[in-house]
Design a protein around this ligand. Sequence first.
Ligand SMILES: Nc1ncnc2c1ncn2[C@@H]1O[C@H](COP(=O)(O)OP(=O)(O)OP(=O)(O)O)[C@@H](O)[C@H]1O
Ligand SMILES: C[C@@](O)(CCOP(=O)(O)OP(=O)(O)O)CC(=O)O
Length: 413
Amino acid sequence: MAEEKWVLMVTAQTPTNIAVIKYWGKRDEVRILPINDSISVTLDPDHLCTLTTVAVSPSFDRDRMWLNGKEISLSGSRYQNCLREIRSRGDDVEDKAKGIKIAKKDWEKLHLHIASYNNFPTAAGLASSAAGFACLVFSLAKLMNVNEDQSQLSAIARQGSGSACRSLFGGFVKWNMGVKEDGSDSVAVQLADEKHWDDLVIIIAVVSSREKETSSTSGMRESVETSLLLKHRAEEVVPRRISEMEEAIKNRDFTSFTKLTCTDSNQFHAVCMDTSPPIFYMNDTSHRIISLVEKWNRSVGTPEIAYTFDAGPNAVLIAKSRKVAVELLQGLLYCFPPKPDTDMKSYVLGDKSIVKEAGLEGGDVPQEIKDKIGNQDQKGEVSYFICSRPGKGPVVLQDQTQALLNPQTGLPK
Ligand SMILES: Nc1ncnc2c1ncn2[C@@H]1O[C@H](COP(=O)(O)OP(=O)(O)OP(=O)(O)O)[C@@H](O)[C@H]1O
Ligand SMILES: C[C@@](O)(CCOP(=O)(O)OP(=O)(O)O)CC(=O)O
């Protein structure tokens, strides 16, 4: 290896994902092995994603990471496990143009700089850890010329955060819990890509939350220790639901998809209530959104909207079609209007074309939509909405101007 002060970098973008059959509970806390399979939808990275630049240079004296512009410690076991696993798989790298040659064995000695940026709030219940760890592993695998497929990489990302393994793929993704003790078969696989069911529109209501929430990690630990319902769920309920959900996705059967998604979200929150002491992730606004959707689906006759909630009060609503999504957004804004001093541009983020189509810059909501949502006279609190859709998996960005590290110094720009 030459001793020049070169810097070699890779920048990648990775999506977040929302589970429609939830992961809740581990059988191995260190390797992050779950007690049941789960299925998720990957969200379009145009709206929610992580951008990560990783760099290597003989001039770096230690591994360092910056998250959203601030240096953070990499000493935690989750970061250390991911770094160790990926390093051990690094291969020879040669960049002839720059005269750089790295041998397989050099990866153990060379230090890394990592800069990452989430284009949405971190630790706000929007699965930043999923996109974040998936992006870390994916970008390092590219930098180090790791010769493994996405599923094998997903088993490394899983050791950063369980749900991260599902962000290695676009579209619809299944995390097989696996049975091996070493976790090598606890990997994500793609069920269908993002084009398979591209009528779907996803609207996220980011619900204001004042309370400090229990983290997913400690919440699921407490559920495993105390909830009999979780044991029943993992052993009896989820295996059946997983195969039904796979069928629903394969056949683009929205009725079945909605029934399974909503029931599974509700059972996950029932497990939280069955935990001792009980955990409350949803709040009154979340409950109001559930009532609105249930009323809507009943009034239409066949389901048009599915809802799901992770470990927080935010609602993720999946509309059957663009037409339904436009009407739903009108209904939501009628029930949860922005505060008087908030403009629509900062109240509805993501796919702006839906906002435009919904004609929300004034005017009343049609009576037929009011009829679908019923009597919604209490005020709820929504911070903002994000419109999205099923999206693609991780990609390397070739445009060097998007890199978060300076190509000469390897420090944040
Ligand atoms: N871009 C990133 N790169 C690497 N790690 C990240 C990144 N973003 C978040 N993380 C890690 O994930 C942690 C936040 O995870 P946490 O589970 O608390 O929140 P969340 O994933 O946003 O929400 P939730 O799990 O409730 O959906 C951060 O403290 C950090 O350790
Ligand atoms: C409710 C969930 O979002 C739980 C996600 O848990 P995490 O993946 O955040 O937990 P750790 O593995 O401890 O990091 C459901 C899901 O995404 O399947």
